[in-house]
Design a protein around this ligand. Structure first.
Ligand code: OGA
Ligand code: MN
Length: 242
């Protein structure tokens, strides 16, 4: 098994090969903390398991629930919770011969490269997650997280937001220019790593200081199937009164 971290910081850990069973995913993930009971859970007896499987994979996945075409845009997982996951851990079960990669981006380096002036401007701001425009109605409340956080164990500052859902209140207006600036800034090539999966690969990403997206660029007649566990994180958000 090969191990590497694609960024300068250890926010993404990649294990090439070696996770050939769900049991190995499960027992390894326990080192990272407590599991969420997933909103998209696979089954009642495995409420911690989330299967990302396309239509062609469904006949292999079995009787449990699988979820198609999720995550084809930059996002962080469960950004609509007060306590979003610390880590997401994902194992590749089946992947088409070409395409279906997962890209990750580094929100620590993206923060560190900002000018001091921009850091001072952004440091006190909070993002708004507006549940009515979010397509998710699990938490029926608008919620806010700090745009800039200090990572509790790496002790480094980083940006935290979910690209598609980003809204910022700035000087009593929605800061559209800031939103555009941030989206363009963080998606520069130098912050991105794209993983070409092989079956039995496993990735652990720190869901606080990275974003990710799936490339739905493959022939859908091939199965793509991932198994995922999300690890409970600290409460960093607050509800907005409305
Ligand atoms: C996820 C996700 C990535 C993938 O599970 O949160 O976005 O490569 N999946 O399937
Ligand atoms: Mn995701």
């Amino acid at each position: 098994m090969e191990f590497f971290t694609p960024f300068e910081n250890p926010s993404v850990m990649i294990f090439r090969d070696g996770f050939d069973t769900q049991e190995k995913l499960f027992s390894f993930s326990k080192f990272f903390g407590e599991f969420y009971h997933d909103y998209n859970k696979y089954s009642e007896d495995k409420p911690w398991l989330f299967c990302l499987a396309n239509e062609a994979a469904k006949k292999f996945v079995g009787d449990g629930k699988s979820n198609d075409n999720i995550g084809g845009y930059w996002h962080t997982d469960y950004g609509f919770l007060l306590a979003p996951p610390k880590y997401t851990i994902i194992r590749c079960v089946m992947i088409p011969p070409t395409g279906g990669e997962t890209s990750l981006l580094d929100l620590i380096s993206a923060y560190e490269d900002l000018s001091d002036e921009m850091k001072n401007l952004l440091d006190p701001l909070w993002t708004i997650r507006d549940w009515k425009n979010d397509g998710r109605n699990i938490v029926r409340k608008d919620i806010s997280h700090p745009l800039v956080m200090t990572h509790p164990t790496l002790n480094k500052k980083h940006l935290y937001f979910s690209y598609r859902h980003l809204k910022i209140n700035f000087q009593d207006k929605i800061g559209n220019e800031l939103v555009e600036f941030l989206k363009n800034h963080v998606t520069q090539e130098k912050y991105i790593y794209t993983h070409k999966w092989k079956p039995n690969d496993l990735i652990v990403w720190d869901n606080r200081c990275t974003m990710h997206k799936v490339h739905f660029d493959f022939d859908p007649s091939y199965p793509r199937w991932m198994e995922r566990i999300a690890i409970v994180g600290n409460e960093t958000g607050k509800y907005l009164d409305n």
